[in-house]
Design a binder for this molecule. Structure first.
Ligand code: 0RA
Length: 645
């Protein structure tokens, strides 16, 4: 029976029930999903509370037991959830289990909060459980509270939990059975749980986690595991590189600054790949974040500095890239942050700027100390970078050869209609959407200085494609070849703007959504592979008119936007017919020349990106598969930054 004593369960607590109701209405918002992932997540929420108690220094054992009744029991030997009277007039345990977000935040100075996916704790698990029993041992007593679907079923005595026994032990035990009306299925997936518990053990070397799966009817088939990893991150990196040929030992770095604790372990193996894992408050950050960036940046800088000191890089050589330096690296970066923030859709990317600062400080200092004393390891690391740089340069060369070889075949395959002049400062190239508009443009243009490159339909979205795919794309190759200045990718840079064959690269697409989309795809390509084209102001979009106004009396006039039409309506009294252009294809060559090609009359907009940061943001925006924001970009950014010429 739910407790209905109004003294024990006052007005503030009614609100509480509404809170848990919200969890039942939108479980996905609190635990990610109602699939088996979300189901397992219930266990992690409870375990994380015990891990927090370990981090606070009061618990070194956690047990996780899967029962045959579909339950999970998590117990620890911590201080025990406080059971005394809370300011809300009931036991603090009751508040923790029924108030959303209250879990664990009794005393934030001595008790670190977990950086969990949703950080919501036991009350959420309670809300999503058919039944839940919490047993607390502390202050010499054993206290028990029970719930069904998040609602208390134990009657409090003067607001406090009934004592069911005596003990000198302390700790918390939580047993819950997930609500099968919420979850698609209620069988916990043990493989994932074990792996996560093992990971937790690596991240907390002082902790022993015992796991037992008692779900089989046959007791002899129960599985039990004990996870204790006293070597911590070092052991973790060892495990991650098991069976690979080690190039270095596992190096560990540790330090603290501004209240942020940092621990790092890394090693090199003889493999052409890198793996860098980030954790914040024991939670894996699948998308990395500021801690990882801080580590990578300082690592690259330091290895390059040493490489120059040791003569691996000569004066004329460019630096090793970040991925050169991490060639063969396996690393784990784990930080403890008092106030973690996350970004990204899945909330798995750490966002705190101070994390980057502190990690690079700790890692930087630690690395210099270590490398100064371990020259052989340093040389091995530099050796891995040398190897990577060599391969990278060879690949770049092949790629450039591939492109230059095909240069003339593109010129002669009929797509590019080049101009007569070879003076880049006078030349322009129009990238025209569609063969028919391309045909008109070829007829209409001034052959002396205007080149036309028709492209078919939508080009490849380079944000979503691998470099090989990008370079295999005919339209993209045609553009790279026509421009003549190569391309840069990632850290590699084979781009040479001085070789650009046209002063103006003009994107000419229809003034509709599809046209905007194509322009966006082209801009994405330029950002990523030829950003200097934009930084140095060579990229424009053509502005074909939207309307032609034909008055009964007087001259015809092209109107380039709706504002112009408005103005026209206001300033012309006589009757006029209005022709609306839906696409470039509707214009004959002469009209196309008058409105869009003729430098004397056309309107162009310069595509300008203020700085790299904005470009990065925009590129991120363009990456999404959502069409709407892309359009916005074209209309807002390319518009406001675009000057009329
Ligand atoms: C808040 C304060 C204290 C302990 C805990 C929470 C606590 C919560 C959980 C959840 C699972 N196991 C837990 N162990 C401890 C400290 C109260 C005191 O000062 O004794």
């Amino acid at each position: 029976m739910p407790n209905s004593n109004s003294q024990d369960y006052g007005a503030s607590s009614i609100h509480v029930l509404e809170g848990l109701e919200a969890v039942r209405k939108r479980p996905g918002m609190y635990i990610g999903s109602t699939g088996v992932k979300g189901l397992n997540h219930l266990i992690y929420e409870i375990v994380d509370n015990s891990v927090d108690e370990h981090l606070a220094g009061f618990c070194d054992r956690i047990r996780v037991i899967l029962g045959s009744d579909g339950s999970c029991t998590v117990s620890d030997n911590g201080r025990g959830i406080p059971v005394e009277m809370h300011e809300k007039g009931v036991s603090a345990e009751r508040v923790a289990l029924t108030v959303l977000h209250a879990g664990g935040k009794f005393d934030s100075s001595s008790y670190k909060t977990s950086g969990g996916l949703h950080g919501v704790g036991s009350s959420v698990v309670n809300a999503l459980s058919r039944s839940m029993t919490v047993t607390v041992k502390r202050d010499g007593g054993i206290f028990r509270d029970t719930y069904e679907y998040g609602k208390p079923t134990t009657e409090l005595i003067d607001g406090l939990l009934p004592q069911i026994g005596k003990t000198r032990e302390h700790g918390t035990e939580t047993t819950f059975i997930p609500d099968d009306t919420i979850f698609d299925q209620t069988r916990f997936r043990e493989e994932e749980i074990k792996s996560r518990l093992h990971e937790t053990a690596y991240l907390n070397p002082g902790l022993t986690i015992y796991f037992e799966d008692r779900r089989n009817e046959d007791e002899s088939l129960w599985e039990s595991r004990e996870f204790h990893e006293p070597d911590g991150l070092k052991g973790y990196v060892n495990e991650l590189t098991k069976g690979m040929e080690a190039v270095t030992e596992v190096v560990t770095l540790k330090g603290e600054s501004d209240g942020i604790e940092v621990e790092i372990a890394f090693r090199y193996v003889d493999e052409f790949h890198e793996e860098v894992l980030g954790f914040c408050n024991n939670i894996f950050n699948a998308e990395g974040g500021t801690h990882i960036t801080g580590f990578k940046t300082v690592f690259t800088t330091i290895v390059n500095n040493y490489a120059r000191q040791l003569g691996s890089l000569k004066e004329k050589d460019s630096n090793y890239t970040g991925s050169d330096v991490r060639n063969g690296m396996t690393a784990v970066v784990s930080i403890k942050h008092p106030d973690p923030r996350f970004e990204g859709q899945t909330k798995t990317k750490l966002d705190n700027p101070d994390a980057s600062k502190v990690v690079s400080k700790v890692a930087g200092e630690g690395l210099e100390l270590y490398f100064d004393r371990n020259l052989e390891t340093l040389k091995s690391v530099i050796g891995c970078a040398e190897k990577s740089a060599k391969i990278r340069k060879a690949e770049e060369k092949t790629r450039t050869n591939l492109l230059t070889k095909q240069k003339y075949s593109f010129d002669s395959n009929g797509k590019l209609a080049n101009c007569g002049s070879r003076d880049p400062s006078k030349c322009e190239i129009f990238i025209v959407e569609g063969d028919s508009a391309g045909g008109s443009a070829k007829t209409a243009r001034n052959r002396e200085f205007q080149a036309i490159l028709p492209i078919r339909g939508k080009i490849l979205n380079v944000e979503k494609a691998s470099i090989d795919k990008v370079l295999a794309n005919q339209e993209i190759r045609a553009m790279i070849n026509a421009f003549g200045c190569g391309f840069s990718e990632g850290y590699g840079n084979d781009f040479d703007i001085t070789k650009l064959r046209y002063d103006k690269i003009i994107i000419m697409s229809d003034a509709d959504v599809d046209g905007a989309h194509i322009a966006t795809l082209l801009l994405t390509l330029f950002y990523r592979f030829m950003p200097d084209l934009i930084y140095e102001g060579h990229v424009y979009t053509a502005m074909p008119p939207l309307y032609k106004a034909m008055p009964k009396k007087g001259k015809e006039e092209y109107l380039y936007d709706d504002k112009a039409l408005e103005r026209y309506r206001k300033t012309h009294d006589g009757p006029f017919t209005l022709q609306r252009y839906k696409g470039l294809g509707e214009m004959d060559p002469e009209q196309l020349w008058e409105t869009t090609l003729d430098p004397e009359r056309r309107r162009l907009r310069l595509v300008e990106i203020e700085d790299a940061r904005l470009a990065g943001e925009v590129t991120g925006l363009l990456m999404g598969s959502d069409v709407a924001p892309r359009r916005e970009f074209i209309h807002e950014h390319a518009e406001e930054a675009l000057l009329d010429v």
